[in-house]
Write a protein that binds this ligand. Structure first.
Ligand code: A5P
Length: 234
């Protein structure tokens, strides 16, 4: 049964995190614009600040974010025009104490990883339940359709249990903004995320693993709470 109170609490935390991140954006910044419901709150507040005079431009990580940013009057650019970004703001599905992330529930993981790699600094916006002592939620893996079956076998060989992601309002598999498929892979508790990310991304046909272990040093996490936010590391 859906716990309405819990859902409302989670929404409030996401809103607090997204709005705080928008408050931290500096005038003139070239931004990476992540994807997801927490980023949606970030975009909303960023749009208000732009309306009030803030000058920024952003590289969207998905068609969804591109459409929403346009609706909100957020100027857009591309990685071709701005290969170095000042700040990427994005959500996550889980965050461990050293800022390793699992990302990709919204299917935008590949562009999200490209944008994070291009950014000087990263702000991850999450609700408090996503902080975890270890990573243990499913890892999305984007694969080219040609290799989906062989990549699934290789993920099993790495100890994973992959499932082809299928649509809710569409029959058949979800197709990403890049024309690929997603295997959601359960690895149980991940003891060595760095090695696992590298091993998954070595599988032929894998485009991107939803494990993000390389950005910890430039990452700060905005944790939304019921009545405010916390910035990590402190
Ligand atoms: C998009 O592909 C994802 O990486 C999201 O950023 C992540 O799933 C967090 O989404 P929510 O903010 O909607 O929970």
């Amino acid at each position: 049964m859906v716990d309405v109170m819990a859902e409302e609490g989670q929404r409030r935390e996401k809103k607090n995190a997204g709005h705080r991140a928008a408050d931290l954006v500096e005038d003139g910044a070239i931004l990476g614009l992540g994807t997801g419901s927490t980023v949606e709150y970030f975009l909303e507040k960023l749009g208000t600040r732009i309306h009030d005079g803030l000058e920024v431009a952003g590289v969207p990580t998905s068609y969804g974010t591109q459409i929403r940013a346009r609706q909100l009057g957020i100027p857009l650019t591309t990685l071709d025009d701005h290969p170095c970004l000042d700040l990427a703001v994005d959500g996550a599905d889980q965050v461990d104490p050293v800022m390793h992330l699992i990302k990709g529930r919204g299917g935008a993981l590949t562009r999200e990883k490209c944008v994070m790699a291009a950014a000087d600094r990263v702000l991850v916006v999450i609700n408090s339940a996503k902080l975890s002592p270890q990573l243990d939620v499913e890892v999305p893996v984007e694969v080219i359709p040609f290799s989906a079956v062989t990549a699934a076998r290789a993920l099993q060989d790495l100890g994973g249990d992959p499932t082809l992601r299928c649509g809710i309002r569409k029959d058949g598999p979800v197709v990403t903004d890049n024309g690929n498929l997603i295997l959601d892979c359960d690895f149980g508790t991940i003891t060595d995320p760095v090695t696992l990310e590298a091993s998954v991304e070595r599988i032929p046909g894998v485009v991107c693993a939803g494990l993000f272990t390389g950005f910890g040093e430039k990452t700060r996490v905005v944790v939304g709470e019921k009545s405010g936010t916390r910035l990590l590391p402190l």
